[in-house]
Design a protein around this ligand. Structure first.
Ligand code: XBP
Ligand code: MG
Length: 262
C-alpha cells in the first residue's frame, strides 16, 4: 500500500483565488501604464486562462485578438523582449495588489498545510506563475516564513514547457526523489490536472468560478474546496466516503483507493 509522503500544490486558483482580482487587474494596469488600450474583462480573462503563463498569455492574446497589432515605435525590434518587459511590470502590479491584502487563502488550505507539517508529510509547489508572485502570496496570505514550509517551489520558467505539459511536476518529483505513487497533487484547472496526470500523479481538484465547467476526467476527487470542519466541502466527483473536509486521513484513503484500482 503506497504511503503518503508528499503533497504538491498548484498556486493560482488552488491556494487562493488569484486570477480574477489579482493577475487580471495586474495585467490591465501594466497595459495601461505601457499606453496600450487592452483591457481584459472578467469573461475574456476566463478564455485567456486556456494558456498558462503570463508571457505566453500575452502572446496568445496578441495572436488571437490583435493580429494586426502595430507596435509602438520603441517596440519595433524585439516583440519577445517587450512582452517580457510588460510581464515584469505586471508582476510588480500583482505584488502591489497582494501587499494590499486583497487575496486570501481558499478554505482548508492553511489547515491542511499545518497538518502536513506536523505529520512530517513533505510539501512542494508546482506552478506556472512567476516565482516572485508565489513568494509574495505565501508571505502575505499564509505566514511571513511560509516559503520555508515547502521543500521545492517549482515556478514560472523553471521548466520551458508549462502546464498542461507534465514537466513542472516531473521536476518536483526528481528534485525530491519521490515516486508519483507516494504523492498527491491539489489542482484547480484542466491544464493543471493534465500536467499532473501525465506525470503519473493522483490529483484532487478544487474547482473555482473559472474552472467549474471544465472536464476533470481522471481526477481522483473533485471538490468545490478543501473544506473546514465548520465549512464542509461539496463533493463533485470521486469517492470521499463520509468526509466533510480534506485532511491527511482522506489523502491516505485516496492513495490506497488508487493503488487497489490500478
Ligand atoms: C496559473 C497561471 C499563471 C497566472 C499568471 O498558474 O496560468 O500564468 O495566471 O502568472 P498555476 P504569471 O495555476 O499553475 O499556479 O503572470 O506570473 O505567469
Ligand atoms: Mg491553477
Amino acid at each position: 500500500m503506497p504511503q503518503l509522503q508528499a503533497l504538491i500544490f498548484d498556486v493560482d486558483g488552488t491556494l487562493a483565488e488569484t486570477e480574477r482580482d489579482g493577475h487580471r487587474i495586474a495585467f490591465n494596469r501594466a497595459f495601461a501604464a505601457a499606453g496600450l488600450d487592452w483591457d481584459w474583462s472578467i469573461e475574456q480573462y476566463g478564455e485567456l486562462l486556456e494558456v498558462a503563463g503570463g508571457k505566453e498569455r500575452i502572446r496568445f492574446y496578441l495572436d488571437r485578438h490583435v493580429p494586426n497589432f502595430n507596435p509602438p515605435n520603441h517596440w519595433q525590434q524585439d516583440l519577445t523582449a517587450h512582452i517580457a518587459d510588460l510581464h515584469r511590470a505586471k508582476t510588480a502590479h500583482y505584488r502591489q495588489l497582494l501587499s494590499e491584502g486583497i487575496i486570501s487563502l481558499r478554505p482548508g488550505v492553511k489547515r491542511l498545510l499545518r497538518q502536513a507539517r506536523q505529520a512530517g508529510v513533505r510539501l512542494a509547489i508546482a506552478t506556472t506563475s512567476a516565482p516572485d508572485n508565489v513568494l509574495a502570496l505565501l508571505s502575505t496570505a499564509l505566514a511571513p516564513d511560509a516559503a520555508s514550509w515547502f521543500e521545492v517551489i517549482a515556478a514560472g520558467d523553471i521548466v520551458p514547457a508549462k502546464k498542461p505539459a507534465p514537466d513542472v511536476y516531473c521536476y518536483v518529483l526528481e528534485a525530491m526523489v519521490l515516486k508519483p505513487d507516494n504523492c498527491l497533487v491539489i489542482e484547480d484547472s484542466y491544464q493543471g490536472l493534465q500536467a499532473a496526470l501525465q506525470a503519473g500523479l493522483s490529483t484532487v481538484v478544487t474547482v473555482n468560478n473559472y474552472t467549474q465547467h471544465q472536464d476533470f476526467t481522471g481526477a481522483t476527487l473533485v471538490l468545490n474546496h478543501l473544506g473546514e470542519p465548520d465549512d464542509p466541502f461539496r463533493s463533485i466527483a470521486g469517492n470521499c466516503g463520509a468526509a466533510t473536509h480534506f485532511d491527511l486521513a482522506l489523502a491516505e484513503q485516496l492513495l490506497s483507493q488508487v493503488s487497489t484500482m490500478g
